[in-house]
Ligand binder design. Structure first.
Ligand code: ZN
Length: 229
């Protein structure tokens, strides 16, 4: 288990304190801390724009359906229920990132996977010990599942991602894991950072897409990219 030490605290736009932690040889400059703040602000802004654009099912812009067909593997436009499902994840994720009680963000250099680098992760804790610890570590997020309660730990992001194109998608991806209990579906569910509109492997089903962290993250980012502000 790596040891995490504080690299500083920044205040983001919603007045939430972001505690930035690092481990091992990772060091962050004050410039990096500003990048962290900007990253959180940008992610919340992306989600706020998506919230606005998708608020009315009857007035859903065409581009929203186009993006949804791609990332949620749909043959048709979104149904009202599907939009509600997306908006539930959107709200949980947005409110988690803008939580007035603040947020821990951990930056490190993670060991690479066989298929590339690890952009980020969120640990899942369960059992009695986790329940007790979640009270002590207030940033563990309590999630109710049909199979029982689990707790989601802090958001970890690869330090190399800072200032990188796609960092917002990574933060939102991890935030949907933490706050909306989304999953990963390996190569079928991930996209390449230089080609984010395409899944790495074929075969993701629509049902899986609606649980897939990457589908949500890329949907939100692309709706935002395609919205004229
Ligand atoms: Zn993931």
């Amino acid at each position: 288990m790596p040891k995490w030490t504080s690299a500083g605290t920044v205040k983001a736009a919603q007045n939430q304190s972001i505690k930035v932690l690092t481990s091992g040889t990772t060091t962050l400059t004050s410039e990096n801390l500003t990048e962290v703040k900007n990253l959180v602000n940008k992610a919340v802004e992306i989600l706020d724009v998506c919230d606005r654009v998708t608020a009315n099912y009857d007035k859903l812009p065409k581009q929203v359906n186009e993006v949804a067909r791609n990332f949620f593997v749909l043959d048709d436009d979104l149904t009202q229920d599907q939009l509600l499902e997306i908006r539930a994840v959107l709200t949980l994720t947005r409110n988690g990132l803008a939580n007035p009680n603040g947020l821990n963000l951990k930056f490190g250099n993670f060991p690479p996977r066989s298929t590339g680098s690890t952009a980020g992760y969120v640990n899942v804790h369960s059992g009695k010990k986790a329940a007790v610890q979640s009270v002590v570590k207030r940033n563990w997020t309590r999630i109710s599942r049909p199979t029982g309660t689990v707790y989601k730990g802090d958001i970890h992001i690869n330090a190399n991602k800072l200032g990188d194109f796609g960092a917002e998608a990574t933060l939102i991806h991890e935030a949907t894991h933490k706050f909306a209990d989304t999953k990963d579906f390996d190569e079928r569910g991930y996209t390449y950072s230089n080609s984010p509109k395409q899944f790495r492997d074929e075969g993701l089903t629509t049902e899986e897409a609606f649980q897939n962290a990457e589908s949500y993250a890329q949907f939100f980012v692309h709706v935002w990219l395609n919205t004229e502000l």
